[in-house]
Design a protein around this ligand. Structure first.
Ligand code: GLU
Length: 400
């Protein structure tokens, strides 16, 4: 009998976390590494948010809380959904967890039975398929169209839905492509879902506030109110408020699902950190003015990286609407050999050789289910981005 579970054998460790950790270790060993692997803003958490956390510690708000969130945070989340998304939720419809990751995990654990299918557009955030597998379900992948910035079509979604489909996971702006679905594009998707009343919608809106060039963010339950009763609208403070380490994610959805997620959480982590919850109250209720300032910096970085990557031999990169990622195609680099003598057959080969020979860490496309590509997180200083692009250019130039 094996000591480790059969379920464990169905999943792999998170590649985004692994690449980031590898880059960290190489740096600690003294190697000159530029890490564009982690999906994490380089900006600091704003001061008022830090101050709210320090005040919470001093006030002794350091004990267990209600399992799925303190009342003050649930109220702030309800206000946020009304303000930003025109969605009405009551506190009983809100769940707060240790990062968006735990929200998604709880929802899948609370609903999946063996053989249930979950439709996931590719390229996808690395953890969706493995979380589905951990819950005993089957990921069903729908590939995005390269000429649509890797967005999926309504027809492709329709073709993937079966009587066993329990969820569709939707993510816009997308990790890893940065592509955002405009209202009419999303409406075409929600029209399909309206024809399949047994399918629930998990909308991962983590990059909502990171949208550029006037892109108007919309979420499925807002575009199609007919989906409200079977949609979980997921968000968090990690990316917009530069609070990745604080681990606060949240969702609004039907009470039956929120109650089920609370049951799972009460048997695992009990509650998200009390201190982080008080910080999140300040994030959501406080002045939002800094978001626009930071977005201006992100746009400049995006434009820098896209134009530099398009100047690299064999690399083709679209301009995405949001998030802080680009997902260039490297189809024309396949089958070549690097200056260091490494044969490049896959995007993983490309990224390994790039790290070894030029000290640039990016995440290979196969991890996101669509190849050959790689993901650059441009949430880094312009100096680092410029140096990284110089190195990528040199690497590509050396391919024979
Ligand atoms: N979501 C971020 C990323 O894609 C953080 C790491 C992770 O949890 O995947 O890089």
């Amino acid at each position: 009998m094996s000591f480790l579970s059969d379920t464990l054998a169905r999943v792999k460790p998170s590649p985004t976390v692994a690449v980031t950790q590898l880059a960290r270790e190489l740096k600690e060993q003294g190697r000159d590494i530029i890490s564009l692997g982690a999906g994490e803003p380089d900006f600091d958490t704003p001061e008022p948010i830090k101050a709210a956390a320090i005040a919470a510690i001093k006030a002794g708000k350091t004990k267990y809380t209600a399992p799925d969130g303190i009342a003050e945070l649930k109220a702030a989340i309800c206000a946020k959904f009304a303000r930003d998304n025109a969605l009405t939720y009551t506190p009983a419809q809100i769940s707060v967890s240790t990062g968006g990751k735990q929200v998604l995990y709880n929802a899948l654990m609370a609903t999946l039975n063996p053989g249930d299918e979950v439709v996931i557009p590719a390229p996808y955030w690395v953890s969706y398929p493995d979380m589905v597998r951990l819950g005993g379900g089957e990921p069903v992948i729908v590939e995005g169209e390269r000429q649509l910035g890797y967005k999926i079509t309504a027809e492709a979604l329709e073709a993937a839905i079966t009587p066993r489909t329990k969820w569709v996971i939707f993510n816009s702006p997308s990790n890893p492509t940065g592509a955002g679905y405009a209202r009419d594009e999303l409406k075409a998707i929600t029209d399909v879902l309206m024809r399949h009343p047994h399918v629930w919608v998990m909308s991962d809106d983590m990059y909502e506030h990171l949208a550029y060039d006037g892109f108007q963010f919309v979420t499925p339950a807002q575009v199609e109110p007919g989906l409200y009763d079977r949609t979980l609208t997921v968000n968090g403070v990690s990316k917009a408020y530069a609070m990745t380490g604080w681990r606060i994610g949240y969702a609004g959805g039907p009470k039956i699902l929120i109650d089920a997620m609370r049951k799972i959480q009460s048997q695992s982590t009990t509650n998200p950190s009390s201190i982080s919850q008080w910080a999140a109250v300040e994030a959501l209720n406080g002045d939002q003015g800094f978001l626009a300032e930071r977005n201006a910096a992100f746009v400049a970085r995006r434009d820098l990286v896209v134009s530099r990557l398009n100047g690299c031999a064999g690399v083709e990169c679209a301009v995405p609407e949001g998030a802080f990622y680009v997902y260039p195609s490297i189809a024309d680099c396949m089958g070549k050999t690097s200056e260091g003598g490494r044969r490049i057959e896959t995007d993983e080969d490309f990224c390994t050789a790039l790290l070894e020979e030029q000290g640039v860490a990016v995440v290979f496309g196969a991890a996101f289910g669509l190849s050959p590509n790689f993901r650059v997180s441009y949430a880094a200083s312009e100096a680092d981005l410029t140096a990284a692009c110089d190195r990528i250019e040199a690497f590509c130039k050396g391919l024979r």
